[in-house]
Ligand binder design. Structure first.
Ligand SMILES: [Cu+2]
Length: 506
């Protein structure tokens, strides 16, 4: 039966090629024609015979880099050598996490092959590893996707071979028990199986992968952040990140391109739990190969990337400035780290966009350089935190946190937000009262420098103890506010002894 359907489809396809798609073609035949032409044939048409030429060692790249196109028009034998490394790396400014990685990075090395290639896969597990690991590649046809062939103890290597029958962008991940924990620790990456004719050429290609992370500590709590199995089971992520760190794609690590270029993003979602609503603020995807498959959709704002899935997006750049990659489940972007920046240089085009650059009111401290926060965290850890370091860290954190209302210069907005610059309120209240304002917010009438305000400051208790200590130390030592130093321990003590305000975190 299946064979007969094929023959009919082929005859229809032939007939329509000869006669052309005339308007009198019956609709059913036209649909069959469209499908016959567009259908890649899947795995049944993905075997282009035995590998030709010398074996090729695959070029593997670390995120956000993508290996160059294979540029081949024949099937080859491609050798992949991938090493598992367990290592401590920053997950946020001043916060370290023990990641388990494919190739030393999160996500793991990007692998690029061509449909029909025979891939000889070598998985090495570094001798310093504490855990066994393996790999399940979604681009593999065969039970387990390689997992059972690659179970590898520390200091060992294993090998298996597969033919890449289906084109597409595929996730790979570790599948060693407890699987969720291995994935949560960063064990995922992407393998691109190019269609035989390659993908349309573009100017810049980037590799981005989202993942959710679970720690016993709070978001941005300084020091070492241990994995929290219960939070992972509850799907209650502490961090949701692109490329394994809050700063992986911000500040000096922002992606870079120019006006006039076409950018292609290969975006995967490692999970382990959360589905991504992937969006770039200020851009529209000209094309999205949704789910990493063969067809593309055009003119897309936000695309869903399932956990264990991927997609390819192309867009052309018309206007310079900062474009912001987010998971549009938006608390993840602004409160869990799922935010990256694409910086585009080149000439303005006022006919297309007359507005100003996206600023700190929108992005908060995500645009500020947080290097001073790292310095303060390091010093605090070694017990050498100085007043100047606290002020510098507090300045970065004040930007986009307090400055949204009180303004960068502390002057506030007349009648709406009171000044914190040269504020007689700040000068006449104790450190304890200042800490309580930040933790619990402030409502009701207040008089600042002779002006009456009766508004609402929301609780800012999502800030950690060191963040509050540093911000207040910055405020006290700026704008003639009389100086002083707020200690982290003092904030901790007041947080513990203060009833939590309605709507406040923790
Ligand atoms: Cu593993």
């Amino acid at each position: 039966m299946a064979n007969r359907k094929w023959v009919i489809a082929a005859i229809l396809a032939l007939a329509t090629t000869v006669t052309g798609c005339r308007s009198d073609t019956p609709p059913a035949a036209a649909a069959a024609h469209a499908n016959a032409v567009a259908d890649t044939g899947g795995s049944r048409k993905g075997d282009f015979g035995p590998p030709q030429g010398e074996p090729i060692e695959a070029i593997l790249t670390s995120p956000p880099e993508v290996p160059p196109p294979t540029g081949r028009d024949y099937p080859a034998k491609v050798i992949v050598n991938l090493e598992v490394v367990e290592k401590d790396m920053p997950i946020a400014e001043g916060v370290n996490y023990t990641f388990w990685t494919f190739g030393g990075t999160v996500p793991g090395s990007f692998i690029r092959v061509r449909q029909g290639d025979t891939v000889e896969f070598h998985l090495h597990n570094h001798p310093d590893s504490k855990m066994p690991h393996n790999i399940d590649l979604h681009g593999v046809t065969g039970p387990g996707g390689g997992a059972s062939s690659t179970f590898t103890a520390p200091g060992h290597s294993s090998q298996f071979t597969f033919k890449a029958l289906n084109q597409g962008l595929y996730v790979y991940h570790c599948a060693t028990a407890p699987v969720g924990m291995h994935v949560a620790n960063g064990m995922y990456g992407l393998i691109l199986v190019e269609p035989p004719e390659g993908l349309p050429p573009v100017d810049k290609e980037f590799y981005v992968m989202q993942g959710d992370f679970y720690t016993t500590t709070k978001y941005r709590e300084k020091g070492y952040a241990p994995f929290d199995m219960q939070r992972a089971i509850d799907e209650n992520a502490t961090y949701v990140l692109f490329n394994g760190a809050e700063t992986a794609l911000t500040g000096d690590n922002a992606l870079r391109a120019s006006v006039g270029e076409t950018v292609r993003l290969y975006v995967g979602n490692g999970g382990p739990n959360l589905v991504s609503s992937f969006h770039v603020i200020g851009e529209i995807f000209d094309k999205v190969w949704y789910e990493g498959g063969t067809r593309y959709q055009e003119n897309v704002q936000t695309t869903l990337i399932p956990a264990g899935g991927a997609m390819i997006a192309d867009f052309h750049l018309e206007v310079p400035g900062s474009y912001v990659l987010v998971d549009h489940s938006i608390f993840r972007a602004f409160n869990k780290g799922a935010l990256g920046i694409l910086t585009v240089d080149g000439p303005e085009n006022l006919a297309i966009y007359s507005g100003k650059e996206v600023d700190s009111v929108y992005l908060g401290d995500k645009v500020a350089s947080l290097a001073s926060v790292q310095t303060a965290a390091d010093s605090a850890a070694s017990g050498t935190l100085t007043l100047d370091e606290q002020i510098a860290a507090g300045k970065s954190l004040y930007t986009g946190t307090c400055s949204v209302c009180h303004q960068d210069n502390g002057a506030g907005l007349p009648g709406v937000f009171p000044p914190v610059a040269s504020s007689d309120w700040v000068k006449s209240h104790s450190h304890e009262e200042l800490i309580k304002v930040v933790l619990n917010g402030l409502t009701g009438p207040v008089k600042v420098n002779g002006e009456d305000y009766n508004s609402v400051m929301p609780p800012m208790s999502q800030l950690t103890d060191d963040e509050i200590a540093n911000i207040l130390t910055y405020v006290l030592n700026s704008w003639d506010n009389g100086g002083g130093q707020v200690q982290r321990d003092k904030v901790e003590q007041i947080r513990a002894s203060t009833p939590r305000a309605e709507g406040a975190a923790h």
